[in-house]
Design a protein around this ligand. Structure first.
Ligand SMILES: C[S@@+](CC[C@H](N)C(=O)[O-])C[C@H]1O[C@@H](n2cnc3c(N)ncnc32)[C@H](O)[C@@H]1O
Length: 579
């Protein structure tokens, strides 16, 4: 039967049928329910008890589920909740207090009750009333079917978690072995902003808790992250365990903030789950488990949830935030500052007009038009997806490079390149439609990410979009350099041998280990300028012997090798590429 928008099982229904009379006095039925199930204030008013009684007498209603996007509502299935709870209890058999701050349909609470008879107190908080009912009915059903003498004191509270006084609850339960378990909402404040939702913590709440300012400072924070931080802050001094299903990005942030927060947690674990299988969503998520009331530590072990295979240990190590402590240990020597300035490629935001393919010697633009241009401003263009090979001097696409430097006047095109000018001006509306403010008040047909460095003959390049850490050596086609688009990063050289040595070094085991040790591959754009600027070329150079490098680069002689060594010497402060 459906009542209070929740399903009531046959066993529970039968119980209420037998006690229909008591439903007319909600204090009497509450007394009975507390005895059977431990739940305090099962009905909070006579109105609620009467509503159920009427339903049982034959009135049925089915209300369709409202859109719950603003509540980040991804209920944990019974099986997963059970496995997570079992794992949490394997860390500590005798929890006395279980808290689930956004308990939804109560699967973690039920799983905890099934795990242990030592629990003295359970608190669940949930904003959505039908879920509050569902949780209460599930617990009642459990105790109707499993009659045990001792029941915990249970409060399933219909409340906004952001308004609940967890500090007070922490004080009153400070002597109890505590399990804080659950799965907070999967939603960010900016998603809530976009649907004009009020399901956000009050600004004043942030201020009350030291250490959270950084989150308010960030444009976009995750509600699950906020609730996790509140839990860690309030319960860090309890004996017990924290076990939350959260997004990978949230765990990364929690460990990153740990440097500043120094919460009394340690032996943290991140156990990766398959969210597609468990929740039918493509969000990288995991179980984050940590021990309270311990000397703080600042690292986290990453494992596979299903087979417990060890993956990595990430966190603060040697004062740096790293993805793999082991790899970083082997390669931290090259963690420094790149003498070369890594650049991203050209940006035009006008691919239909500015990019061509060459078909039978003709340029065809993104609109399918055949285009007639002087060759002068036409360059080969590589995108992230073109950087799979170790070396290349070919390209699929071409582009028009209208400027040599950002902001350069483009009137010269009209004077000296009539075909190019005719083409660009006949498609001017496409340029004028570009939304980004970077093009505002700039010369016609302006592009971005262009400078002397773009015209270096040889480039050592990497995709900023893909997960590969391999670098490609890009050589000119004929005499003309090949351009990269703004999804790629590169350093440029005019001397092939210098480019080859740099290419060798960035693909060496040492530098590859280093890059892999500092990037979190499931973060967006993990390969970025900041990462690349940490490659210390001098240290990498000194770690390799000429004899080894010589075997990888044809016709490399000692003079080339020494020339590169001079170029990357720490004392040489100037950028060696054309910057
Ligand atoms: C990701 S679901 C998980 C539910 C449950 N913990 C589980 O694991 O199945 C998040 C829950 O948080 C609830 N919720 C969202 N915002 C809330 C708020 N401000 N206060 C309390 N609960 C909230 C949602 O209604 C939803 O039940």
């Amino acid at each position: 039967m459906i009542c209070f928008e929740t399903h009531i099982t046959d066993a529970t229904l039968e119980f209420f049928r037998q006690n229909l009379k008591s439903l007319s006095n909600f204090e009497e039925i509450n007394f009975l329910l507390k005895k059977i199930s431990g739940i305090n204030n099962f009905f909070t008013s006579q109105k609620e008890a009467t509503e159920l009684s009427e339903k049982i007498k034959g009135y049925n209603s089915i209300i369709s589920e409202p859109n719950r996007r603003e509540y980040g509502d991804f209920q944990t299935n019974k099986n997963l909740a059970l496995q997570i709870t079992e794992y949490a209890f394997s860390k500590n058999q005798d929890f006395e207090f279980v808290l689930e701050p956004t308990c939804g349909k109560g699967n973690f609470i039920l799983a905890s009750i099934k795990q242990s008879n030592s629990i003295k107190k359970i608190v669940g908080v949930e904003i959505y009333q039908p879920y509050v009912w569902e949780t209460k009915f599930k617990i009642l059903n459990h105790y109707l079917l499993n009659k045990v003498a001792l029941k915990p004191e249970i409060d399933i509270i219909h409340r906004n978690a952001f308004e609940f006084d967890y500090e007070q609850l922490a004080k009153s339960t400070s002597q109890l072995k505590t399990l804080v378990i659950g799965n907070p909402p999967w939603v960010t404040n900016s998603e809530l902003g976009s649907i004009d939702s009020k399901n956000l913590p009050q600004k004043s709440n942030f201020k009350k808790h030291s250490g959270f300012e950084a989150i308010t400072g960030k444009g976009n924070f995750d509600i699950g992250e906020y609730i996790s931080l509140i839990m860690l802050k309030c319960f860090e001094n309890h004996d017990g365990v924290f076990a939350f299903l959260i997004k990978n990005s949230v765990v990364k942030n929690l460990i990153q903030y740990q440097k500043r927060n120094s919460f009394r947690i340690n032996q943290s674990e991140k156990l990766n789950i398959d969210s597609k299988k468990e929740f039918n969503v493509s969000v990288n998520a995991c179980l984050f488990l940590t021990n309270f009331n311990t000397e703080p530590d600042f690292i986290c072990k990453e494992l596979d949830f299903y087979n417990r295979d060890y993956l990595t240990t990430f966190g603060w190590y040697k004062d740096k935030f790293v993805y793999s402590v082991e790899d970083y240990d082997k390669s931290s020597i090259v963690d420094g500052e790149s003498i070369f300035t890594w650049r991203s490629g050209v940006k035009h935001d006008c691919s239909k007009v500015m990019e061509f393919e060459q078909v039978n010697g003709h340029y065809i633009n993104g609109l399918g038009e055949e285009v007639n241009l002087e060759k002068k401003l036409v360059f080969g263009l590589l995108k992230s997806s073109d950087l799979k090979a170790d070396k290349t001097n070919t390209f699929r696409k071409l582009t028009i490079i209208t400027q040599k430097k950002m902001g350069q006047e483009t009137k010269y095109i009209k004077e000296s390149l009539p075909l190019t000018y005719k083409y660009l001006s006949s498609h001017k509306e496409f340029f004028d439609k570009r939304k980004s403010s970077i093009y505002k008040d700039k010369p016609d047909f302006s592009i971005f990410g262009i400078g002397d460095y773009s015209f270096a003959k040889y480039k050592v390049a990497i995709s900023g979009l893909y997960k590969s850490t391999h670098f490609t050596l890009v050589s000119p086609k004929g005499s003309k350099t090949i351009m990269l688009d703004d999804t790629c990063y590169f350093i440029g050289f005019d001397n092939l041998k210098m480019a080859q040595i740099a290419h060798f070094l960035v693909n060496s085991d040492l530098v590859q280990n280093f890059i892999k040790s500092i990037i979190f591959l499931d973060s967006k754009r993990s390969i970025n300028k900041d990462t690349l600027m940490r490659i210390d070329f001098e240290k990498a150079y000194k770690s390799y012997d000429f004899k080894i490098v010589k075997d990888s680069i044809t016709d490399l002689n000692i003079e080339h090798w020494e020339e590169f060594g001079e170029m990357v010497k720490d004392s040489v402060n100037e950028q060696m590429t054309l910057s």
